[in-house]
Design a protein around this ligand. Structure first.
Ligand code: ATR
Length: 286
């Protein structure tokens, strides 16, 4: 049997086992996917075990960047992003890939029937979620990527990397509190990507002044929250009739891409979506 894992800290909330085991069942594969709590300091011994015993694994917080120095190979996109969420084990070698950007691209297609080519993006936040996805959008022909962040220096660093990655990409940065600039940008944006950690907790505020989202933006603007839950920005967008979606399809599609990398088979999206929502039927501990 081929064994797969998702590792992270925390990892208990992960819906990847339900999703991946549904795909294995769909294709009648003798394979099993589970989750394991792995602390930051445990990554090196885990990887030695993985080389011997696993067919592949996914990584979530806090391992996506830290794992890179231990890998044998890494795709150019994952190297640019400094983020790996999918590792394939082949002949004891560890091959790293990033499928989060693919997940976001396909979530936009699924939710809004629009792709990134020629589009203008405004990212709120420039932490792990933005970093893991922005390089993919650049690769897929985004015209402009603007980054608004609380800490402007971090936005500047990511912007420099994006400019080096694609020289003709237009990249601009702003403090997230610069409402005048954000209002100007929002009137000229196709996709607002919420990539801060605000919204994970029930009492979180919106990362920008809610008044900046107005009905007049609804003809063009689409709001996507990388967080998988109902967040304040999604509620505000809905109140303004702005089309908006949360992170579920991004999770489904990043997992679908991982499945295809590991097995070479087409991902059964409907089965994976059902598995994602139902959880892992064979697991006792979800
Ligand atoms: P992750 O890896 O989960 O994305 P992260 O790398 O710490 O976590 O990034 C979190 C993002 O949310 C950052 O852009 C962060 O802004 P800073 O770079 O200024 O820290 C943003 N963020 C977190 N709390 C915030 C808050 N209260 N207001 C605005 N932005 C916030």
């Amino acid at each position: 049997m081929d064994r797969y894992l998702v590792i992270g800290d925390p990892v208990a909330h992960s819906r990847s086992p339900g999703m991946q085991n549904a795909a294995f069942r769909f294709h009648n594969l003798d394979a099993r996917y589970e989750k394991r709590h792995v602390l930051r300091g445990e990554i090196a011994p885990f990887l030695e075990e993985a080389r011997r015993e696993l067919a592949g694994f996914n990584l979530t917080i806090p391992h996506k960047g830290a794992v890179i120095e231990f890998l044998d190979e890494i795709t150019p996109e994952a190297a640019a992003a400094g983020s790996v969420n999918t590792v394939t084990v082949r002949d004891g070698k560890l091959l790293g890939d990033s499928t989060d950007g693919y997940g976001l691209e396909h979530a936009l297609l699924e939710n809004f029937h629009l792709g990134p080519a020629g589009k203008k993006f405004l990212f709120l936040g420039c932490g792990g979620a933005a970093r893991a996805t922005a390089f993919h959008l650049a690769l897929r022909g985004a015209e402009t990527i603007r980054i608004a962040n609380r800490t402007i220096d971090k936005a500047g660093a990511l912007a420099d990397e994006l400019r080096r990655y694609r020289r003709d990409l237009s990249v601009e940065i702003s403090a997230i509190g610069d409402e005048e600039r954000l209002a100007f940008w929002l009137a000229d944006t196709d996709f607002l990507i919420q990539a801060t950690s605000l919204g994970l907790r029930d009492d979180d505020a919106m990362p920008l002044n809610p008044a900046l989202l107005r009905n007049e933006l609804a003809s063009r603007l689409r709001v996507f929250d990388t967080i998988y839950r109902d967040t304040p920005i999604l509620r505000r967008a809905a109140a303004c009739s702005i089309p908006a979606a949360g992170g579920m399809e991004m999770l489904i599609h990043q997992g679908a891409k991982s499945f295809e990398i590991w097995t070479g088979l087409p991902a059964p999206l409907d089965a994976m979506r059902r598995g994602f929502l139902q959880g892992d039927r064979e697991s006792c501990c979800d």
